[in-house]
Structures are given as structure tokens and as C-alpha cells.
Ligand binder design. Structure first.
Ligand code: XMP
Ligand code: MG
Length: 179
């Protein structure tokens, strides 16, 4: 385990099992459809690839990059669009894929933005949901794990852009971000 990590919340095996469960649920719910999966960069990269390989159909993929953090452990509240999708989503079944749902601001922003483009349906799949963090209303349709109100890193989640490539989700030692 990395020295800066206080404890591992979800191991590689836990995450794999969650991806299998969510992949099976989505495969069942979208039978006969051809949804577009929109991953929210950058935190989603590992979850996106692992989840989509658990689907039993061919998936369309795109990415959107929004930023809300600007480096720290608390969200600033202001969302900026860094990179838009290039797929036309009108009339499409769309699934937003997120690493973590916390304050809900990112998802609320994305829902507003994407709904304007008239998709046929718009659902959300998140690996992690932190319900206690919610500031605006936001709900995911598919959730891997409900997580406690702590700052998490690994498996895509970063602290000042580090720790993303840890293969598990863990809690950072408080002294790491106190410095
Ligand atoms: P909101 O607050 O908009 O958060 O629901 C969505 C985005 O904020 C980031 N986030 C975190 N990143 N550890 C992280 O590394 C966390 O505990 C955490 N909580 C929120 C993340 O990018 C997410 O997409
Ligand atoms: Mg994110």
C-alpha cells in the first residue's frame, strides 16, 4: 500500500465485482438499445474502461471534461467546461459515467447542459456516491458504492493530480493535505 494512504476502502477485487454488477444491470436495462456512454474526465478513466468491458453489447463512447476543483480537497462550486463531447446526442439514449458524486454540482451542470440537446434518455452511473456531501439535488441511477464523507483518492481520483493510478480507492492520511 502507498505510504500516504491511511486505509483502503475498496480493493481491486471489490471494484471488479462492482463493475461486473453494474455492467450486468446496464446490459439488462439497455437490451436492444445502443446507448452512448459519456465519461467525465479525468477521474472516470479507469472506471469507464473497466465498466464498459463488462457490457454484453457494443458501446459508443465519448468524454467530457469539466473542472470544479482547482486543486484542493473542497469543491469551489464553480463548474467550467474544459472539453465538450463531439457526438450529436439528440434522440440518443445517454449514460453519464462518473467517478464520484459528491456535492452534486457537476452532475447538475452536466444534466442541464446535456438535456438542452434533447437526448432520448439521460441516466447516470457513478462508481462512488457520497450522499452526505450533497449541496444540490443529484441522483445516480447506477451506483457502485455509497461512501463516507471523507476525501478519497485512487482508481482515478486525485489529490492535486496525484494518486490517480493507485489500483484501489483509499483514504488519504490527513497530514498529506495539511502540508
Ligand atoms: P461534485 O461535488 O460536483 O463532485 O458532485 C464531482 C467531482 O468532484 C471530484 N470529487 C472528488 N475527487 N476525491 C477526489 O479525488 C473525492 O473525495 C472527491 N469528491 C468529489 C470528482 O472529480 C468528481 O467527479
Ligand atoms: Mg470527476
Amino acid at each position: 500500500m502507498n505510504n500516504d494512504i491511511e486505509r483502503v476502502l475498496y480493493s481491486q477485487d471489490d471494484i471488479k465485482a462492482a463493475c461486473q454488477r453494474l455492467g450486468a444491470d446496464i446490459t439488462r436495462d439497455y437490451a436492444g438499445k445502443k446507448p452512448l456512454f459519456i465519461g467525465v474526465l479525468k477521474g472516470v478513466i479507469f472506471f469507464m474502461t473497466d465498466l464498459l468491458r463488462e457490457l454484453d453489447f457494443l458501446a459508443d463512447i465519448d468524454f467530457i471534461d469539466v473542472s470544479s476543483y482547482h486543486g484542493g480537497t473542497a469543491s469551489t462550486g464553480e463548474i467550467t467546461l474544459v472539453h465538450d463531447i463531439d457526438t450529436d446526442i439528440s434522440g440518443r439514449d445517454v449514460i453519464i459515467v462518473e467517478d464520484i458524486l459528491d456535492t452534486g454540482r457537476t452532475l447538475a451542470y452536466l444534466r442541464d447542459r446535456l438535456s438542452e440537446r434533447k437526448p432520448k434518455s439521460l441516466k447516470v452511473c457513478t462508481l462512488l456516491d457520497k450522499p452526505e456531501g450533497r449541496v444540490v439535488e443529484a441522483k445516480a441511477d447506477y451506483v457502485g458504492f455509497n461512501v463516507p464523507n471523507e476525501f478519497l483518492v485512487g482508481y482515478g481520483l486525485d489529490y492535486v493530480e496525484y494518486y490517480r493510478n493507485l489500483p484501489y480507492v483509499g483514504v488519504l492520511k490527513p497530514e498529506v493535505y495539511a502540508n
